[in-house]
Write a protein that binds this ligand. Structure first.
Ligand SMILES: *[C@@H]1O[C@H](CO)[C@@H](O)[C@H](O)[C@H]1NC(C)=O
Ligand SMILES: *[C@@H]1O[C@H](CO)[C@@H](O)[C@H](O)[C@H]1NC(C)=O
Length: 127
C-alpha cells in the first residue's frame, strides 16, 4: 500500500476518534447547603437555595436544575424554580404559601434529586 498523506491523516483521525468515544455520563446530584436544619423561612419572602458545585463531573446529562419543596418526606407538586443552570450554585426563590410547620426540605433535581436538611416555614405574623 502506498502511504499517502490522506491515508496517514485518516488513520490519525481514526485514532483520535477512538479516543474521543464519550465516557458513560455521570449522574450529578449536588449536595444542598442552604437551607439548613434550624432555619425558618417566612411565606412570601425571597430566600436563596445554595448547593455545592465544587466537584461536577466532566459531562452532565442534564444541565438544568429544578427546585421543589418536600414535607414529611413527601415531595410536593409544582416547582419553586426550574430551568436554571445546575452549575450556578444558588437560586433565589419565593417561599410558597404552604401550611406552617417543620420538616420542610428543599429538593434539588439535576440528573437526580437530593434534599436539604429540614427547616421550618412560618407566616409573617407568627414571627
Ligand atoms: C445527598 O446529599 C448528601 C449530603 O446532604 C450526600 O451525603 C449524599 O451523597 C447526596 N446524595 C447523592 C445521591 O448524591
Ligand atoms: C422521614 O424520613 C426520616 C429518615 O428516613 C425519618 O427519620 C423520619 O421519621 C421521616 N419523617 C416522616 C414524617 O415520615
Amino acid at each position: 500500500m502506498k502511504l499517502t498523506l490522506s491515508t496517514i491523516l485518516s488513520s490519525l483521525l481514526f485514532t483520535c476518534g477512538v479516543h474521543a468515544v464519550p465516557r458513560p455520563q455521570d449522574v450529578y446530584t449536588p449536595t444542598v447547603l442552604q437551607p439548613r436544619r434550624g432555619d425558618t423561612w417566612v411565606v412570601g419572602e425571597r430566600r436563596v437555595v445554595e448547593w455545592d458545585t465544587s466537584s461536577p463531573p466532566q459531562q452532565i446529562t442534564n444541565p438544568y436544575g429544578t427546585i421543589k419543596l418536600r414535607k414529611d418526606n413527601y415531595t410536593m407538586d409544582g416547582s419553586l424554580a426550574e430551568r436554571f443552570s445546575i452549575l450556578a450554585g444558588s437560586k433565589e426563590i419565593v417561599v410558597p404559601d404552604v401550611a406552617v410547620g417543620d420538616n420542610y426540605q428543599i429538593v434539588l433535581f439535576g440528573d437526580s434529586g437530593n434534599w436539604s436538611q429540614s427547616f421550618r416555614i412560618v407566616k409573617g405574623e407568627q414571627l
